[in-house]
Ligand binder design. Structure first.
Ligand code: CTP
Ligand code: CA
Length: 218
């Protein structure tokens, strides 16, 4: 009863997020993408909504149901994801970049299917904008949170991203512990140091991240 009453951790907060992979088209039927399932991002969107936040989720191509109460914006490429994020960022208190954004896109997208010709094929790629770094550098930046999925040397890379992108929090994990599966083992990196969370379902990990964000906000 009354003793059990707890205000929701993110009540009244507006959360903008990215999730899933991006798809960088080479021609009308082919492109560059990655193995992100979107599960961690969608679990976090659900946890934020359950914590009372108003959530806008900009998602790359995934097969995940939209969590109850979450506003979803579907995009394909990193450039479209950036556009959608910039359209919503001015009304956001918190930005969480969970998406596995392609670092590069083909310089050219062929209008017609690329035909098989020589024995080798060389495609030139150009850097995509860093959506998270751009958001965190805005004059009125929301409280910005990033993810770092690494295959080795997690602490160094995650701490590096925390400071290089001027973030409040980085959620780090080793790809072998998270990508594609239903569980994840993460370490939270903030100005105070490193905070490992136990191996758990992505829903439980998401609730742990929400609770840490709400502590940092207060
Ligand atoms: N990110 C982004 N836009 C990009 C690249 C990354 O918003 N173009 C975000 C991701 O959503 C994630 C964080 O930045 O929250 C870190 O992404 P990651 O790929 O781990 O790091 P990079 O900065 O791209 O560096 P690298 O891939 O070389 O490790
Ligand atoms: Ca990257």
């Amino acid at each position: 009863v009354l003793a059990h009453f707890q205000p929701k951790l993110l009540a009244g907060k507006r959360v903008l997020m990215t999730a899933g992979p991006t798809f960088e088209a080479l021609d009308p039927v082919r492109g560059l993408t990655n193995l992100s399932s979107g599960k961690m991002g969608f679990a976090l969107a659900r946890a934020c909504a359950e914590a009372g936040a108003e959530v806008t989720l900009v998602s790359g191509p995934v097969s995940q149901p939209t969590p109850a109460g979450v506003t979803r914006v579907d995009v394909k490429s990193a450039l479209q994801m950036r556009e959608a994020v910039l359209n919503h960022v001015s009304t956001s208190d918190i930005f969480i970049g969970v998406a596995a954004v392609a670092d590069y896109r083909p310089v050219e997208t062929a209008a017609d299917k690329i035909k098989k010709t020589g024995e080798t094929l060389t495609v030139e790629f150009t850097r995509n904008p860093d959506i998270l770094a751009e958001v965190a550098a805005l004059p009125a930046a929301p409280f910005s949170v990033g993810f770092a999925a690494e295959s080795r040397d997690l602490d160094n890379y995650a701490q590096g991203k925390l400071s290089a992108k001027k973030l409040k929090l980085v959620v780090g994990n080793l790809v072998q512990d998270g990508m594609g599966g239903d569980t994840n083992q993460v370490v939270l990196f903030d100005a105070a140091g490193r905070h490992p969370l136990p191996l758990a379902s992505k829903d439980e990990v998401a609730r742990g991240i929400v609770s840490h964000i709400s502590k940092l906000l207060s």
